[in-house]
Structures are given as C-alpha cells and as structure tokens.
Design a protein around this ligand. Structure first.
Ligand code: ADP
Ligand code: MG
Length: 380
C-alpha cells in the first residue's frame, strides 16, 4: 500500500514526500481510512511505529476541507501527558500543515510557562494540543471553549486514562459535546480497559498491530548485575568503553537524575538532566540540545519515558528499574524507532532480580544478565 491509496489530498501527499515518508507504516495504513470515515479508533502499535502521523494526517485531511473557525472554539483537541510531548506533537502537525493550501493553525498549551501568551495565541486555533491541567486553566480563564470539539485524540491513551489524570480528564470530558469522534493511541493499551467505555463509541474500530513473526527485533537488550555502589562507575565504564556517543539514562528520582548527571560531568562525560524540578525553559532547552545530538548523555526520570521521539537514538540505559513494567516498555521504546536499531541496557542490583524477572515476563522477552562483579572499574 502507498500513501496515495489512502485518499489524502495532493498537498498532503506532497508533504509526505518532502518529509521523507515514503511508505505508510502499518498503523497508518490501517487507521487512516476509518478515521477519515468518521469512526472512533483505538490504535495499539509498538513504540516508534508512527502513531502520531496515523492521527495527524487524517485530521489535517479533514481540516483542510473546512473553512476557518470562530474564535476560541477549537474543533480538534489532542491530549497528551507531558509538556514535552505537547510541543512535539504540535511540531509534527506543523511539519505537515505547512504544505497545505488552507491554513491550519495549531497550538501547544502546557503548564510551567506563563499562561498569557497561550491565551493570546488561542484565536482561530484548529488543533489544540494540550496537557490536561493547563487546558482547564485556559477554560477557567475563558481563553478556550470546548463545546465545539468534534474530534478528540488521547495520545498515550492508557496514561491519560490512568488514575493520575482521572479528575482532570473527567472534568474535560464533561465539557466536550457528546457527539464527537474519538481517537485513542498507545503502545500499551488493553482493549478491555474499563475506562475506555466512557470515551469510545460502541462501534469503535480497534486496530492492533502485532509484530510479524519473522520481523527482526529492533531493540537489543542487555542487563548487568551490579552492586549498588558500583553503578556509577559501571555506567561511566560502559559509556566510555563502548564508545556510546548518545544515551538517554533513566533514574527513578529527580535527586538521582541530578546526581548521576553531575558525576558524569565530573568524569568529563558531557551530560545534563531533565526532571520535574527543573524550570520549563531549562527542560525545553536541554531536550532540544539532545534531540539535535549536541549533548552526549541526557539523564531523566519517567517524565521522558512516553512518546518522546529522538531521531536514531542509539542507547537507552536504565540506571534504575522503573516500578511498572509498562514504564519499562516506554523507556526502552525511546530507541529502536522508525525502523532504526537500538540498544537498551539495564543495571540491576541483587535485590531487584525478582522485579526484573517480572518486567521481562510482561515484555515476553528474556535478557541475558551479565555479572559485572569482576569488571575492573578502577579509574571510572
Ligand atoms: P509512536 O508514536 O508510534 O511511538 P512516532 O509517531 O513518534 O511513533 O514516530 C516515530 C518516528 O517515525 C518519527 O520520527 C516519525 O517521523 C517516523 N515516521 C513515522 N511514520 C513514518 C513513515 N511512514 N515513514 C518514515 N518515517 C516515519
Ligand atoms: Mg507516540
């Protein structure tokens, strides 16, 4: 199948060609037709498999046929869990929208930055990409009305329907018209999730892209058994001896993220940290640097586990394991995207062996555990 079989406009086909999208990925060829037909869609496909364009392209196809909208009444709302993902999704929209003959205005709104510029930019927005909290603030300030939303997207849908967002999501859903199209996407979403029924129509189409049997694995995994006090030296040894030129390192707390980044820098390995206690301007600047390959190591928390797309990122390192196997899947999924190969390394202490087994079982993938106790880490 090619993009031209999907009933997209010539401007969108040009956009795809210019942006190097030669062939549709499976989730795109499966999801675009029912979305264009107005169906609710539940799209489940692995990390890095092109879910963003699977909803962005048909949304643009719909909007380019419509005339401009009235003030502050957005027709399309995309909800995402983090500020960084909001910016990224808006960028993907912009990347394609710039080729259209009609102007489609997109805006990302998220917390941590001043609300006034967002309020002022709200005029005539057609695709609003938002994190829930800031969206509700904007509603409270009468900067946006949700009563004309006819298309709702939940990206990272399982996360959006999670307890952590429940109060805000319930509130937002109450503000939306009942008659609307709903698109839910995630790599880790089970079709029988109870909270789905509150959002989706009965006749929703479920699209689940399973890996083909003979499909080569994109993500190679290794794990090292390591004593807690040797983790830092082992990390630095691996980065240096394996010539790792770019790595995203996950820790489980803001404190640890700072600590690991500081120690890397002290050992002359260029590193920076992103976590919830950093200012938004620092977060945005550091991620931009890392995405453009100008920073060797980015140390973070599960804040960046979901959705973030870093082109051809070669390594993900779990300095500490996440509590939830789902988070593990998303962390590791920052590498091995868009057909590129990637490597995931996990540092495991003895007391976490059982937990690591649980994670692997959930992933259905067994990783060799290398005992690092006789590695000579002197000088690291
Ligand atoms: P997901 O949301 O499934 O994790 P993304 O939508 O972030 O994945 O896409 C992952 C990467 O694949 C992005 O860099 C995107 O530009 C690229 N991509 C998506 N679809 C295509 C395509 N059809 N051809 C080439 N690259 C694509
Ligand atoms: Mg995504």
């Amino acid at each position: 199948m090619s993009f031209s079989d999907l009933h997209l406009s010539s401007s969108l086909l040009l956009a795809l060609q210019k942006e190097g999208y030669t062939l549709p990925y499976p989730i795109q060829s499966e999801a675009i037709p029912p979305i264009l037909n107005g169906k609710d869609v539940l799209g489940i496909a692995k990390t890095g498999s092109g879910k963003t364009a699977a909803y962005v392209l048909p949304i643009l196809a719909k909007l380019e046929k419509r005339i401009a909208f009235t003030n502050r009444e957005v027709p399309v709302l995309v909800l995402v869990p983090t500020r960084e993902l909001a910016m990224q999704v808006a960028m993907v929209v912009g990347q394609f929208a710039k080729y259209l003959k009609t102007r489609v205005k997109t805006l990302a709104v998220y917390g941590g930055v001043s609300i006034n510029p967002q309020m002022q930019a709200m005029n005539q927005v057609q695709i609003l990409v938002a994190t829930p909290g800031r969206l509700l603030d904007l509603v409270d300030n009468n900067a946006v009305k949700l009563s004309k939303v006819d298309l709702l997207v939940l990206d990272e849908a399982d996360k959006m329907l999670n307890l952590g967002f429940k109060k805000e999501m319930d509130h937002i859903i109450r503000l939306l018209p009942t008659n609307r199209q709903n698109l839910l996407f995630s790599a880790t979403l089970s079709e029988d999730l109870a909270s789905l029924s509150a959002i989706l129509l009965d006749n929703a189409v479920t699209i689940k892209i399973d890996a083909a049997e003979n499909e080569p694995k994109l993500i190679d995994q290794t794990a090292f058994l390591v004593a807690a006090d040797r983790k830092g030296p082992l990390l630095r040894y691996l980065i240096t001896s394996q010539n790792i030129h770019q790595a995203l390192v996950f820790t489980s707390s803001t404190y640890k993220a700072d600590n690991v980044a500081n120690k890397l820098r002290k050992n002359d390995i260029e590193a920076a940290a992103i976590h919830g206690k950093k200012s938004q301007s620092a977060r945005t600047k550091t991620l931009k640097q890392f995405k453009s390959n100008k920073l060797r190591v980015l140390v973070t928390t599960d804040l960046l586990a979901r959705g973030i797309d870093i082109e051809a990122l070669p390594y993900v390192i779990n300095y500490e394991l996440p509590r939830s196997p789902k988070d593990f899947i998303h962390r590791v999924g920052r590498t091995g995207r868009a057909g590129e190969k990637g490597m995931a390394i996990s540092l495991v202490t003895e007391d976490q062996l059982h937990h690591f087994k649980v994670i692997q079982k959930k992933m259905g993938q067994w990783t060799e555990l290398i005992d690092s106790s006789d590695f000579d880490l002197k000088g690291y």
